[in-house]
Design a protein around this ligand. Structure first.
Ligand code: GLA
Length: 381
């Protein structure tokens, strides 16, 4: 596959590449809509990756080609990059060049060949994978010496300021920093991280990812509105962020907020608790015991934060009814994917039950796969 990438690169760019870098998509176990509130998250990296095969150029041109694109090379002037000037998938790698240059790093022109098997539009962070693979490539090509967390911050800056998506830092940190066999317990305020062993096989369990194949349009504007609502609530409570509100202080705090902000705050505060409780159970080897926390997290996202939708609700219900130990929507919401923790023997029956429920509801068939906690961004050739 790697040799093939070099051959494909040469066919498009007319020379041998310097190397290939890979960065994974992610699935979040628990800790949703907490990252932009300075809270806690617990994602794992997926085995699915985006690969960037690259070579520096002496001129200051950026020539980008995607195997999933329209067969054309996007040719950009490095010095002409600015927020808003590049549209579509090319904005993600171009944004990383821009963010590095803006931070004062000596980046030059480059040829990129991009290939990916991270599902897009599924809430599995294909954007972060593309950003982080590009950042890892440039880090090595130019000998920048940036660490994983530093690359993640560059990638997030690209997405926030260049692409224009006001996301938190979870996806990029997961893609840049996860390690195989572990979940990444991340404090998004301090960026302190702990790799928590997540050995599903030893526990006789599987983590199913159910890609519902739907993405509701309202997701884009709604994410920014939810973020603004959370920030407004923190401001009204006189706190730097909702992270600073303890569960014990929740009820009196809710009484000081306008009705429409209360349920947002309740979700964020209880969700942070769910993350720390999950980590505690995992660290005690009680892997199956995290399942009810997942299902409680879904109820909170559905009823309080209101980012689930009919398809993710049905996937959770059908999975649990068919014997899943716990299940929840994962990622930003308004469609995307669901995770379900199941005993190994129940994996296929649960997957089949969800497919059948989708069939009966007249929904598109979902795609179900087993997630294995995998490795973050790295050089692969
Ligand atoms: C998206 C964003 C993340 C995070 C999640 C919700 O994936 O990119 O930063 O906010 O939604 O947890």
């Amino acid at each position: 596959m790697i040799d093939e990438a070099a051959t494909d690169f040469e066919a498009v760019h007319g020379a041998r590449p310097s190397g290939t870098w890979a960065a994974p998509g992610r699935v979040n176990l628990i800790g949703e809509h907490t990252d932009y509130n300075d809270g806690f998250v617990l994602p794992i990296a997926l085995p699915h990756t985006t690969r960037v095969t690259a070579r520096g150029r002496a001129d200051r041109r950026l020539r980008l080609y995607s195997a999933q694109g329209d067969g054309r090379v996007t040719d950009l002037a490095l010095d002409g990059l600015a927020p808003g000037v590049v549209a579509g998938w090319a904005a993600y790698p171009a944004g990383v060049f821009w963010a590095l240059a803006e931070a004062g790093h000596p980046v030059g022109g480059a040829d990129l060949f991009i290939d990916s098997d991270v599902p897009t539009g599924a809430g599995l962070s294909s954007s972060a994978a593309l950003e982080c693979a590009t950042a890892a490539a440039l880090n090595d090509l130019h000998g920048l010496g940036l660490t994983g967390p530093q690359l993640a911050l560059v990638a997030q800056r690209a997405e926030n300021a260049f692409v224009g998506v006001p996301c938190g830092v979870m996806d990029q940190m997961a893609s840049a920093c996860c390690t195989a066999g572990t979940a990444l317990f991340l404090d998004t305020r301090t960026l302190q991280q702990r790799h928590v062993p997540f050995d599903l096989e030893a526990a006789g369990l599987r983590l199913l990812v159910i890609d519902t194949k739907v993405k509701h349009d309202l997701g884009d504007g709604a994410y920014a509105a939810l973020r603004a609502g959370c920030e407004r609530a923190a401001e009204l409570l006189g706190l730097p962020a909702l992270r600073d509100l303890a569960v014990a202080d929740l009820d009196p705090a809710l009484g000081r907020l306008p009705g429409e902000l209360r349920s947002l705050v309740r979700h964020v505060v209880t969700e942070n608790e769910r993350v720390t409780e999950t980590v505690e159970r995992l660290e005690h080897g009680a892997t199956a015991a995290l399942a009810p926390i997942l299902t409680a997290g879904h109820a909170s996202l559905r009823d309080d934060f209101r980012v689930s939708c009919a398809e993710t609700d049905l996937a959770v219900e059908a999975a649990v009814a068919a014997g899943a130990l716990g299940a929840r929507m994962t990622g930003g919401g308004f469609g995307g994917s669901v995770v379900a923790l199941v005993a190994e023997a129940d994996a296929e029956p649960v997957a089949e039950a969800v497919r059948s429920a989708f069939g009966s509801a007249g929904y598109r068939p979902p795609v179900v796969f087993t997630a294995v906690p995998s490795t973050g961004a790295r050089r692969v050739a």
